[in-house]
Design a protein around this ligand. Structure first.
Ligand SMILES: [Zn+2]
Length: 132
């Protein structure tokens, strides 16, 4: 069931609120950028995402096909979310950083996680996930 959760970057210049189902699996991925940033995300529909502050503070990094906007805070450098489109997820969505959500450590530790192989694009769990 979706619940409203607030979140921010480290310096709080960027603040958002989203409706997210935290009983659904969150995702860790082994693609090049998720590996470098150890990115851990929850998929949120555009209608369930609201940027409350910091639109001007957000930088936009893109690479490869430029299909994914990796949005991070210009001041503290924390990646807050990505914006992408994927048919399996119903089109456009936000990949919100789970650790940017205002959740207690115990809650974070209890969240279900699925692993995607973003290197070969299969989206099945890679054999080794411990470094993600
Ligand atoms: Zn910041």
């Amino acid at each position: 069931m979706k619940q409203a959760v607030a979140g921010s970057c480290h310096c709080r210049a960027v603040q958002f609120r989203c409706q997210v189902d935290l009983s659904a699996p969150t995702t860790r991925c082994n693609c090049s950028i998720c590996t470098k940033g150890r990115y851990w995300f929850a998929a949120v529909l555009p209608a369930d995402f609201e940027l409350l502050a910091g639109g001007d503070a957000l930088a936009d990094y893109r690479f490869g096909s430029h299909g994914v906007a990796h949005r991070f805070c210009r001041t503290c450098g924390v990646k807050v979310f990505g914006e992408a489109s994927h048919p399996a997820l119903g089109g456009r969505f936000f990949a919100v950083s789970v650790v940017c959500l205002d959740l207690e450590p115990e809650r974070l530790a209890s969240l279900p996680v699925q692993y995607h192989d973003g290197r070969d694009g299969s989206r099945v769990a890679p054999q080794v996930t411990s470094y993600l």
